[in-house]
Design a protein around this ligand. Structure first.
Ligand SMILES: C[S@@+](CC[C@H](N)C(=O)[O-])C[C@H]1O[C@@H](n2cnc3c(N)ncnc32)[C@H](O)[C@@H]1O
Length: 232
């Protein structure tokens, strides 16, 4: 275990995404105020005895939170930033060590997921990942194959002014100037894709449309973020 001074230098050098309370007055300086999302996500207060998979875990805030809320096993999975040399898994590794956490890690792309690896989990967190997939339905089907009971999904949504299922497809960087944002389903499309992927009971919470980033050419109020809980 490195000395505290070395740990501090290391912490300061990490490009944190999540703000994680590591105890002793130290919170990681993430750009995302993640803790405020717990209520919005209706994050289960008690996960006792549940196995949890956190797909697209990044620094692992939600994985560590699931562990703190009693999950019997938590696996953090990422195949985006963990594979990017300039970011990697340094934040997750640092936080896991600092929290003395037993969260496991799997480096893997969504499209590589199977019931064999990473396995099948009672609860799957799929937060902020769907819109990063060029083929969202294919990704959702892989995630569903690894879900035993429930998925908690949070995503960017678009075309909210259309009642019929529709998916905005971004060919360049028109969504938040980020070329890794590929698509924005509307609520009807999201629910239809979840049914196609094998979920039978779907509870969608109202979309939040006062988001800080925009979709070029789209009127305000027609895009935003949405949370869905769905069960097999
Ligand atoms: C916007 S961040 C969300 C992080 C975290 N889930 C949250 O909600 O705060 C998207 C995460 O998904 C991961 N990701 C994106 N595409 C992925 C893919 N095809 N396979 C696995 N992980 C992916 C990224 O590396 C990143 O960690």
């Amino acid at each position: 275990m490195p000395s505290t001074a070395v740990m501090d230098d290391e912490l300061a050098s990490i490009p944190w995404f999540h703000r994680i309370d590591l105890g002793n007055g130290v919170t990681t300086p993430g750009i995302d105020d993640t803790a405020t999302k717990l209520d919005q996500l209706r994050f289960p207060a008690d996960l006792s005895g549940k196995t949890v998979l956190d797909v697209g875990a990044w620094d692992g805030f939600f994985s560590f939170e699931a562990e703190r809320r009693g999950a019997s096993r938590v696996v953090a999975l990422d195949g985006g930033v963990w594979n990017a040399p300039q970011i990697g898994r340094r934040g997750f590794d640092y936080a896991r060590r600092a929290l003395d956490s037993g969260v496991e890690d799997v480096t893997m792309e969504v499209l590589e997921m199977t019931p064999g690896r990473p396995g099948v989990f009672d609860v799957v967190l799929f937060l902020g990942v769907l819109y990063h997939l060029p083929n969202p339905l294919a990704g959702l089907c892989q995630v569903a194959a690894c879900t035993r009971e429930q998925i908690i999904l949070e995503t960017h949504v678009d075309l909210l002014d259309i009642d019929r299922p529709a998916v905005a497809y971004y060919g360049a960087d028109e969504c938040a100037n980020d070329p890794t944002n590929w698509c924005g389903p509307n609520q009807a499309a999201l629910e239809a894709m979840l049914r196609t992927a094998g979920f039978t009971r779907i509870r969608t919470f109202p979309a939040v449309t006062d988001v800080h980033y925009s979709v070029a050419g789209a009127p305000r109020g027609t895009y935003g973020r949405i949370v869905v809980h769905a069960w097999k």
